[in-house]
Design a protein around this ligand. Structure first.
Ligand SMILES: O=C(O)CCC(=O)C(=O)O
Ligand SMILES: [Fe+2]
Length: 353
C-alpha cells in the first residue's frame, strides 16, 4: 500500500449540524445534499435485517458453545455483524452511558465548544472533516475520544459536564476490552484456528476509539444522509445503538436493509482489518445512516484498531488452493482511510491482490 499524503483539512463549517437544525427547520444547505445515485432512493420502506444474536456468555466458555460459534461464523461471513447479548454489561449501565451522552449533546453550544477538535485532527467535538470542496457532508456532530491505551487519552477533550461522563466512559472502556478479547478468540475458534490467531495480529498495542454521534432532526431525510455509505477501517466496531431510533442500514445482497434495535445488545460489526486477516471469510459490511424528520438519534461507536506498526495479513491457515490469498500485507491501514472514505471509495480496494 503506498504511503498516503496526510489529509489536509479545509475550513470547517461555521455551524454544527445541531445549530443548523435548530435555525433552519425547513431546508438544508446544498453541502449536505447527496449527489448521484449513492445507494438508491431514500424512501422509508427498508426491510428489516435479521441480525443474529450471539450469547457472549457461551462464547467465553472455552469448552461449550459449538452452536454459538457456528452462529457467529455464519453471521460474520454473511451480513458481517451480530447483536452481542449476555456480554457482561448491564442494561442499567448502558442506559447510564446513553444518558451522559444525551446530556453532553444537550449542553449549551459554548460549553460543548470547549472540547472542540483542532483543525486537521479527529479527536474532540465537532463535525465532518472537510477534505474537498466537492465533499457531501454528513448530517451529524461527533465527539471523538481515544479510550485506550490509557496513556494515549487526551483528557482535555473528555467532558467534565455531565459530571459522571468521564467515570462512566472509563468503565465502559474497561468492559469493552473484555468483550473484544472474547470475540477475537471466538472468531478464531469458529474457523478451527488456534484461539489467539487473530488476537496475535490485533496485538497488545491496539487502540480503542469512541465516537459519540448525534444525528439532529433533519427536514429532508429524502436528500440527506447521517453518514454516507462506508465500511469501517477498524478490526471490529462495537456500536451502542440509540434505544428507539432505528436509522442504521447495512447493504446486504445489494439492498439497503435496516438494522433492528435490541436495547441491551451491542451491535458488533467486522471492520476491514478483520476482513483482511480472515482472507475475506468475515465480511466488513457497507453501512450508512439515514436521517429522520421526527426524532434525533444518538449512538456510540467504539472502533478497535491495531497499532499502526502492526502488520495485518491473511492468516496462513486460511489460504488454501480453493481459497487463495486475497489481500496484501498492510500496515497503518487507517491512514488512507479518510481520503478513500470521503471520495466514497472502499479503502480495502487498496489491500486487494
Ligand atoms: O451511528 C451509527 O449507527 C453508525 C455510525 C457509524 O457507522 C460509524 O461511526 O462508523
Ligand atoms: Fe461505521
Amino acid at each position: 500500500m503506498a504511503e498516503p499524503p496526510p489529509p489536509v483539512e479545509l475550513q470547517p463549517q461555521a455551524q454544527t449540524v445541531q445549530e443548523l437544525a435548530a435555525t433552519n427547520r425547513n431546508d438544508v444547505p446544498e453541502r449536505y445534499i447527496r449527489k448521484g445515485d449513492n445507494g438508491g432512493v431514500l424512501d422509508d420502506s427498508f426491510p428489516l435485517l435479521d441480525v443474529p444474536t450471539v450469547d457472549f456468555g457461551l462464547l467465553a466458555s472455552s469448552t461449550a458453545g459449538g452452536e454459538e460459534l457456528e452462529k457467529l461464523r455464519s453471521a460474520l461471513s454473511s451480513c458481517g455483524c451480530i447483536q452481542a447479548i449476555n456480554h457482561g454489561i448491564t442494561s442499567a449501565f448502558l442506559d447510564e452511558l446513553r444518558e451522559v451522552a444525551r446530556q453532553f449533546f444537550a449542553l449549551p453550544m459554548e460549553d460543548k465548544k470547549k472540547y472542540s477538535r483542532e483543525i486537521g485532527s479527529t479527536e474532540g467535538y465537532g463535525n465532518d472533516m472537510i477534505l474537498s470542496e466537492h465533499q457531501t457532508l454528513d448530517w451529524t456532530d461527533r465527539l471523538y475520544l481515544i479510550l485506550s491505551p490509557e496513556d494515549k487519552r487526551t483528557l482535555k477533550f473528555w467532558p467534565e459536564n455531565p459530571e459522571a461522563f468521564r467515570g462512566i466512559l472509563h468503565e465502559y472502556s474497561m468492559k469493552l476490552q473484555v468483550v473484544a478479547q472474547v470475540l477475537l478468540k471466538a472468531m478464531a475458534r469458529s474457523l478451527n484456528l488456534e484461539q489467539n490467531r487473530f488476537l496475535h495480529q490485533y496485538g497488545d498495542q491496539a487502540t480503542t476509539q469512541a465516537r459519540f454521534n448525534l444525528y439532529p432532526i433533519c427536514p429532508r431525510p429524502d436528500l440527506v444522509l447521517g453518514v454516507k455509505p462506508h465500511a469501517d477501517g477498524s478490526a471490529i466496531t462495537m456500536l451502542l445503538q440509540d434505544k428507539e431510533v432505528e436509522d442504521l442500514q447495512i447493504l446486504k445482497d445489494d439492498q439497503w436493509v435496516s438494522v433492528p434495535i435490541i436495547p441491551q445488545a451491542l451491535l458488533i460489526n467486522v471492520g476491514d482489518q478483520v476482513e483482511i486477516m480472515s482472507n475475506g471469510i468475515f465480511k466488513s459490511p457497507l453501512h450508512r445512516v439515514v436521517t429522520n424528520s421526527e426524532r434525533e438519534r444518538i449512538t456510540l461507536a467504539v472502533f478497535c484498531v491495531p497499532h499502526p506498526d502492526q502488520e495485518i495479513e491473511p492468516v496462513e491457515e486460511l489460504i488454501t488452493e480453493a481459497s487463495p490469498r486475497s489481500y496484501k500485507k498492510v500496515k497503518d491501514y487507517v491512514s488512507i482511510y479518510f481520503q478513500y472514505y470521503q471520495k466514497g471509495r472502499r479503502p480495502i480496494e487498496a489491500a486487494l491482490l
